[in-house]
Design a protein around this ligand. Structure first.
Ligand SMILES: [Zn+2]
Length: 273
């Protein structure tokens, strides 16, 4: 009889039974697996495979069909849920820019009610994805001097557009000023007659003093709204930091690009460049 074997991380699914890796025995070229329900007094439900090497599905030497001691029936729905739990974590790691809620939605869209019932609550699924991601992020700097150039992934948007417009790291006597905005938002800001400047101290990362936000008036449908268009991290409340940030916004807004031309066409602006 053909066996259905799936290896997911340190778990092995054989014909509707889920096993945890118990231990590798390289000297015997074998890996021992315990049924995940072992603790429920199932002392002998164990599988043995050839030594499980990285990502390779091992050959089963002793599996459920030789092992009549499970105190429960095989459960394909539970196995399918197990695969989904594993694959959302994998996906969260593979595509760090995708929101966990979106990954969870895509992964669960076509599942049967029975499988859905075996999955953890949506919130827990999202939490497990965030946990995996944190494990693969660089450690947070504890002091400002530890914050070197930002890794590239933090300088662009989810869609690959330039987001970091200024970093004072190499500039002397300014302290640290990091300014972020998309070209589109800078153009919206340029079109706005009024700017609102807002310094928020509470939500700022601990190594900075404040998150400085510039809001502009944007027309949406028939209404006008004040939207945050530029975000800056400032290491102090000194005047020169504010002027550095504003100067950076001005220079970036004056840079012309193809994207800008496309955007102006899109909003039907009559501005002559
Ligand atoms: Zn079992």
């Amino acid at each position: 009889m053909e066996q259905n074997i799936i290896l997911i991380g340190s778990k092995l699914i054989i014909d509707g039974f889920i096993y945890h890796k118990s231990r590798d025995k390289p000297e015997l070229e074998k890996t021992f697996w315990d049924c995940t329900r072992l603790r429920k007094k199932e002392y002998r439900a164990r599988a043995i495979s050839t030594l499980a090497r990285d990502g390779e599905v091992p050959r089963i030497l002793k599996g459920p069909q030789h092992e009549p001691f499970h105190s429960h029936a095989p459960d394909q729905d539970e196995c399918e849920a197990e695969v989904v739990k594993y694959s959302v974590k994998n996906e969260a790691q593979r595509q760090p820019e995708r929101p966990p809620s979106q990954i969870a939605r895509d992964a669960t869209r076509d599942l049967s009610q029975r499988v859905l019932a075996r999955l953890p609550e949506r919130e827990n699924l999202k939490r497990s994805m965030r946990k995996v991601r944190r494990r693969h992020l660089p450690a947070n700097p504890r002091i400002l001097d530890e914050l070197l150039d930002l890794p590239e992934r933090f300088t662009i948007t989810f869609t690959g557009k330039k987001f970091l417009i200024y970093d004072s790291r190499e500039v002397e006597d300014v302290g640290r000023v990091i300014v972020s905005a998309t070209k589109r938002n800078l153009l919206l800001l340029r079109e706005s007659d009024v700017w609102f400047l807002d310094g928020t101290f509470k939500v700022s990362p601990s190594i900075f003093t404040q998150l400085f936000t510039v809001l502009g008036i944007v027309k949406r449908h028939q209404n006008f709204a004040a939207l945050p268009l530029v975000y800056a991290l400032l290491s102090s409340k000194e005047t020169r930091q504010y002027s550095t940030a504003l100067q950076a916004i001005k220079s970036a807004a004056e840079e012309r690009s193809d994207e800008e031309l496309e955007f102006l066409e899109l909003i039907g602006s009559n501005i002559v460049l």
